[in-house]
Design a binder for this molecule. Structure first.
Ligand code: FE2
Ligand code: FE2
Length: 181
């Protein structure tokens, strides 16, 4: 049976692919503001709006029910990482807005925030896959996993139009074609 933690690990695969795109954008000194905005929208709507929402609204509260703390320990570290990530996203959003007015001096600022986000998210996903989710798998019963997985599916069907999540993936793939190895 597919578990809720496996569902989140699957999202991580796409988020990591997006970080690879971002790394290539910085390495190749990309200047296309539409592509930059596409990246930021994917972070806001897929990585944060969809994936982090499943963690913050459903996974973490269930872990708290199982005795995890939100003030210290792994859940608090993950919450802190999500907040840090949003700081980088705000940095990118603001800098891209300036860049679109013709101010090219902010390009290094865009790259710095992209690099910060990439580094943070790769480490964050490593911690979740290798530590937090293993703890969750021990703490959760089969029924917990099934219930959580159903709730994840509800997020997708009620929060997004039909096929929207699949379109996010297609957007990541389209960026991969442009910013390939
Ligand atoms: Fe997370
Ligand atoms: Fe995650």
């Amino acid at each position: 049976m597919k578990t809720a933690t496996q569902n989140l690990i699957n999202d991580h695969v796409y988020i990591l692919r997006l970080t690879d795109v971002m790394e290539r954008m910085v390495m190749t000194l990309a200047t296309d503001s539409a592509d930059m905005e596409m990246v930021v929208n994917l972070i806001k709507n897929y990585a944060d709006g969809f994936h982090h929402a499943k963690e913050e609204n459903l996974l973490f509260p269930l872990l708290v029910e199982k005795g995890f703390s939100t003030d210290q320990g792994p859940v608090s570290v993950m919450l802190h990482d999500h907040t840090e990530g949003r700081r980088f996203v705000k940095g990118m959003t603001d800098a891209i807005a300036h860049y679109k007015t013709g101010d090219e001096s902010v390009i290094p600022d865009i790259y710095m925030n992209m690099e910060g986000y990439v580094e943070l998210l790769r480490a964050h996903i490593g911690k979740e896959n290798n530590v937090l989710f293993k703890m969750a798998d021990k703490a959760f019963t089969t029924l917990d996993q099934e219930k959580l997985l159903t709730e994840f599916a509800t997020v997708e069907t009620t929060g997004y139009s039909d096929g929207q999540i699949a379109r996010f993936i297609l957007d990541i793939e389209a960026l991969e074609v442009i910013y390939k190895e």
